[in-house]
Write a new protein. Structure first.
Length: 201
């Protein structure tokens, strides 16, 4: 079996079905506002298919709870039967997924598409990148496939001539270089004058 870090054509984020009934939960709708919808919409635009998951150390439930008064949350938790035996974050995430569809917010989602890796030239589907890799790059700028990013982030990332620097330093070097070049440099970057020519302009 191929590791999920070593493949380019399998979507890794198949979702459990949404229970549309959750969108009608009166215990949440009683305090729900346009601002809560805006939180969902913002995350859909920013994080695409990961909008309801934990990314950048925040989940959609974190963002929704942040803008809701404590007294409101406490009252909801104490009166909603769904909150018995489940965390409020889990109940709220289910509601948000149903709400995104019910209110039409999900139409703003830009689905994962096929693109070509700028490093190896192979085509890959954007959501074939495992979450730990997406967390290291911008989800709106997926230009490298999972095998290439895995080599850079998790395997031998030594850059020629800098074997004495730490793994962490190497990573930040690659990240800085990628930001300057607009792509992740190949492992032998810097060994020919052409490599650095573009850096000076
Ligand atoms: Zn690649």
């Amino acid at each position: 079996m191929t590791s999920k870090y070593r493949q380019r054509d399998e979507s890794l984020y198949t979702e459990p079905p949404i229970n549309e009934e959750y969108a009608n939960n009166p215990h949440i709708l009683s305090w729900w506002t346009d601002t809560h919808d805006l939180v969902i919409l913002t995350r859909i635009k920013r994080y695409r298919w990961l909008w309801h998951k934990g990314i950048a150390d925040r989940s959609v439930s974190d963002d929704l709870l942040d803008i809701t008064p404590d007294a409101t949350i406490n009252h909801w938790r104490d009166t909603d039967p769904l909150c018995r035996g489940r965390t409020i974050k889990s109940v709220l995430t289910d509601f948000a997924r149903a709400r995104a569809r019910d209110a039409g917010l999900i139409s703003h989602l830009k689905s994962a598409g096929w693109t070509t890796c700028r490093l190896c030239g192979e085509s890959f589907i954007e959501d074939s990148l495992p979450l730990p890799l997406i967390r290291r790059i911008s989800i709106n700028r997926i230009v490298f496939c999972s095998p290439c990013l895995t080599d850079i982030y998790f395997n031998d990332v030594s850059v020629r001539g800098t074997h004495d620097i730490s793994h962490e330093d190497t990573l930040s070097y690659v990240q800085e270089l990628a930001a300057t070049l607009g792509y992740v440099p190949p492992r032998d970057f810097g060994t020919t004058p052409e490599d650095t020519a573009s850096l000076t302009t």
